[in-house]
Ligand binder design. Sequence first.
Ligand SMILES: Nc1ncnc2c1ncn2[C@@H]1O[C@H](COP(=O)(O)OP(=O)(O)OP(=O)(O)O)[C@@H](O)[C@H]1O
Ligand SMILES: O=C(O)C1=C[C@@H](O)[C@@H](O)[C@H](O)C1
Ligand SMILES: [Mg+2]
Length: 173
Amino acid sequence: MIGDSETARSGVVLIGMPGSGKSTVGRLLSEQTGLPFLDTDALIEAGESKRLAEIIAHHSPEGFREIEAAYVQSIQSAGSVISTGGSVCYSRDAMQHLAGLGTIVWLDVAPEVLEQRFADVFDRGVLIEPGSSLADLYHSRFPLYEQYAQIKIDASPLTAEEVVSQIRQQLAL
Ligand SMILES: Nc1ncnc2c1ncn2[C@@H]1O[C@H](COP(=O)(O)OP(=O)(O)OP(=O)(O)O)[C@@H](O)[C@H]1O
Ligand SMILES: O=C(O)C1=C[C@@H](O)[C@@H](O)[C@H](O)C1
Ligand SMILES: [Mg+2]
């Protein structure tokens, strides 16, 4: 667990698997609290003028991770709600930077639930080895999300509104 300064406490950084609800919950939390909202996937797409799936298709997984880490480390907005991409957990530097911008909240959603949320994980542009399942990805990323999270929400049985409510309760927002 890293990042515990006063500045870090003023914002919220959502991490977790693709489809765990980071963008949905982040937008709702921003609407309810009035904190500005930033989605790192949108930041990358705007900066590269391409859709994520296209960017991923044109780079190696390591290449995409470097691009993502550079965009994330360019963010200066402490005190915002920041929804990240699921793969940001691979960059220690990016995670350390995020820890300086807000409390890191992990939306933990079981792979069986994630599978119901999108038909084809490969269409979505996720960094997953061909032949691997969402469950494989979940288990390989679990220790990374766990390492960086300051708060973990067991979000599998919750609606997006309930997740927002738990975050607001835990952070007194
Ligand atoms: N708590 C929830 N319960 C049910 N469905 C949800 C919940 N949160 C999000 N969803 C739905 O799951 C899908 C994925 O959500 P979302 O795009 O917010 O995930 P994400 O974590 O931002 O994914 P990515 O890492 O790909 O950006 C959307 O269709 C959204 O409406
Ligand atoms: O979990 C992942 O591997 C990804 C999730 C998306 O949010 C994007 O950041 C990108 O498509 C990779
Ligand atoms: Mg998202």
